[in-house]
Design a protein around this ligand. Structure first.
Ligand SMILES: Nc1ncnc2c1ncn2[C@@H]1O[C@H](COP(=O)(O)OP(=O)(O)OP(=O)(O)O)[C@@H](O)[C@H]1O
Ligand SMILES: [Mg+2]
Length: 379
């Protein structure tokens, strides 16, 4: 056995375990590699090498294949059980493809045919060590991502709970304000001046508006926490169902629907129905000044996803504010012109993201709008 401390230890240099039953060869290799900046430890017996691994950590094992006590492949298998981060390289004089293949299956990174030249060994070592570093960095990265994701999920849950309880608690005082405003307006015909009556009416309107906002916020929060119930269903049927349910509200409108064939998808039917309700009711709402209004729904397969689109010839919007559209309470049109609270598209985005898809929009003022969403294709 040879176990010499390296003369010039370097933080960055790798620790190499060299095992070869021919002691002279092992020693020569230890010396040569040490001259090239590696920290080398050599053993002429496989068992001694395994025992040595208990006392010291290594980055790479360079082992002979044919050895009396234990062959290099078995040694590598046992070494990897002790330290899964090790990279192994087999040195073989046999030079048969089958041993090399077997060595790779065991987890060897590479093999070197004996007798070898230094110019062959050095690049193989460098490659193996670079691969080991990458592997370790990957594991660390995955751990970090996992931790971050867990933190984000916890923060999200906390925010959800917060917004739920805040909106819930806001309802009681609002009911009070509403009750007293109501009581005042009941008396107002005689007791109050004309301006005072207007103020009271204005308070009532604001309270109504705030109630709607709070209800929608609660609904948004409820939908985000709703459990998903997966099934397979036709998006075409779903879209037609939603349009059918809107019929009562739009009978006085002249709307030309163009519903192209839509695929069967997997997902939560109730949540995806809300997506159609929001997108189609938006198209209906924001085409109100058009006669005829034109609303087209279609879908195409693109890069392994379904890409759905809802296009209308309505009032459109200014692309400068496209980033705002999907945010809670974000509206690009005022409530006097087009009623609404601005949570519809926030719900759409959240549902689509929960299904593994994306959402975006394109619009031009006075020329119409197209909304897009994707869903993964499950074969
Ligand atoms: N089809 C459309 N054409 C033009 N602008 C649209 C269209 N759909 C949405 N928008 C713009 O995006 C904003 C956000 O839409 P969203 O559906 O979230 O809210 P909303 O329709 O105003 O209210 P509600 O919460 O009742 O849905 C709208 O206020 C409007 O300015
Ligand atoms: Mg809407």
């Amino acid at each position: 056995m040879q176990n010499e401390p390296t003369p010039k230890p370097d933080k960055s240099s790798a620790r190499i375990l060299i095992v070869d039953d021919e002691a002279a060869q092992m020693k020569a290799l230890c010396d040569t590699l040490r001259d090239h900046g590696y920290i080398t430890t050599g053993f002429s017996s496989a068992n001694a090498a395994l025992a040595g691994m208990g006392a010291q950590q290594f980055d790479l094992v360079l082992t002979d294949l044919m050895m009396p006590e234990m062959d290099g492949i078995s040694l590598l298998r046992r070494a990897l059980e002790i330290d899964p981060n090790l990279v192994g390289i087999i040195m073989t004089g046999e030079g048969t493809i089958t041993t090399a293949v077997e060595a790779m299956k065991t987890g060897a990174f590479d093999y070197i045919l004996k007798p070898f030249k230094l110019s062959v060994i050095l690049p193989v070592l460098a490659r193996a060590l670079a691969m080991r570093r990458l592997r370790i960095e990957n594991v660390e990265l995955e751990l970090r991502i996992g931790k971050r994701t867990a933190e984000l999920e916890a923060a999200n849950k906390e925010l959800e709970a917060f917004s739920y309880s805040v909106s819930h608690d806001l309802r009681a005082p609002l009911r009070h304000i509403n009750g007293y405003a109501q009581a005042l307006s009941d008396d107002s015909a005689t007791a109050f001046s004309e301006p005072a009556r207007r103020y009271i009416a204005s308070i009532s309107r604001s309270v109504d508006r705030m109630s709607t906002l709070i209800d929608d916020l609660l609904e948004f929060s409820r939908m985000g926490r709703a459990e998903m119930h997966q099934s397979q269903f036709s998006m075409g049927d779903l879209a037609h169902e939603v349009i059918g349910e809107m019929a009562g509200d739009i009978h006085s409108r002249n709307i030309e629907w163009d519903i192209q064939p839509l695929p069967v998808v997997g997902g939560d039917r109730a949540l995806l129905k809300q997506v159609w309700v929001n997108l189609l009711s938006n198209s209906v709402k924001y085409t109100r000044p058009r006669d005829p209004a034109k609303i087209k729904v279609s879908c195409a397969e693109e890069n392994g996803e379904w890409k759905f689109q809802v296009q209308d010839n309505g009032v459109g919007f200014d692309m400068r504010y496209v980033d705002k559209l999907f945010g809670v309470f974000q509206r690009l049109h005022n409530v006097e012109e087009f009623e609404g609270t601005g949570v519809g598209l926030a719900n759409v985005r959240r549902t689509i993201v929960r299904h593994g898809g994306r959402t975006w929009a394109e619009g031009k003022i006075n020329e119409g709008t197209t909304f897009y969403f994707t869903l993964p294709i499950r074969k």
